[in-house]
Structures are given as C-alpha cells and as structure tokens.
Design a protein around this ligand. Sequence first.
Ligand code: ATP
Length: 199
Amino acid sequence: MYLKFIELQGFKTFAERVKLELGPGLTAIVGPNGSGKSNIADAILWVLGEQSAKILRGSRMDDVIFAGSEKRRPVGMAEVTLHLDNSDGSLPLDYQEIAVTRRFFRSGEGEYYINRVPCRLRDIQELFLDTGSGRGGLSIVGQGRLEEIFTARPEDRRAVLEEAAGIARYRSRKKEAEQRLEAVEADLIRIEDLIMGLK
Ligand code: ATP
C-alpha cells in the first residue's frame, strides 16, 4: 500500500483545491519556513481520524480550516482526501484503490468517506488498524516524536511496539470484550437482586 496522491481544499494554508502527487518511492517536500510542509503531514493525520487539535498544532478543531489571508477570505470547510494504492491488499477492502476523505465545517459538523461512501470514524480507524499507518501509528514521525518515544513511560513505549508488531487490533478487541463482560456482570448482579427480592 502506498499513498498515491493527496487532495486538499480549505485545509490550513491550502485554500484552493490542491493535488499533491506522491507515488511509490521517496518523495521530498521542500519549501521555505512556514510555507506549509508540516501542514501536509497534519492533513494526513487528520484524515486518519486525529481528534486532538493540539496534535494538529492548533487549539480548536476549526483551526484546520483556512483562516484567510491578505488576499483571500476565510473558507467554511476543510476537506482532505488520501488516495491509496491497495494493489498489494494491505488494507482489508477489496479495492485496488481506496480514497479516504474527511470534511469539517465551521459549524462543527464532520464527515468521513471511504471511496465516496459516507462512513464512521471507527470504519477508518479499523481500516488502518495494524497497518502502522493509522492515527497514532508509526508512519508519521513528527518533529520531536522520536525523543518523545525514547523518553516515554515503559507502558507507552510498549503501545508503540504493539502497534508496530500488529497486535493493537487484538488489544482493542480484548478491551471491547472486557467492557461487554463488565456490562453483563452488572446485569447479572441486578437480576440476582431482583430474584432475591421475589423470594
Ligand atoms: P517549517 O519549515 O518552519 O517547519 P513548514 O513549511 O512546515 O515550516 P507549516 O508549519 O506547515 O510550515 O505551516 C505554518 C503556516 O501555516 C503558518 O504560516 C500558519 O499561519 C499557516 N496556517 C496554519 N493554520 C492555518 C489556517 N487555518 N489558515 C491559514 N493558514 C494557516
């Protein structure tokens, strides 16, 4: 799987619709300080479902929407689409090409799409789980992230290794199963109380 191209519109510095071709192999993005290089990495993280405005280097989620410049008025919506080549079948969907889109409006509404079909954030998270490319995955190593990993608490470093080893999916399913078990146990206690009350 690789990222073929990214389309951005209204996202941070990218007011107009922009298509960035990446392709297989190495792509370097160069430009003067403040020209928007890191905003591209933010855009990728954002589509993968990042919910923290701080990680996206803002203070509120609508900071990702183009805020206007001397020449251009602010816009009302940010939209980014990642076009992925899935001919090696790394992503568990039966398509050779997969387009993942996120939209966000100033009103606070957000939308996600996989191949232009509306979906939930969770569908996107599950699509990338264990590929190492998901939100919190290791495919984007931001400035200062390496140092953060080296100095992290052992349990946080373990989470990074688990994602890389591909067992994060099972940990997440285990957590869900444990939550369901807890709910069933609480129901059982309630039923026992009711039975006691009937005796
Ligand atoms: P450096 O080389 O210094 O790391 P860079 O090329 O990575 O810089 P970015 O950090 O990607 O640059 O871009 C920063 C620029 O993006 C700033 O000029 C900032 O004003 C602009 N910017 C961020 N959010 C928005 C927004 N919502 N609307 C318009 N411009 C924005």
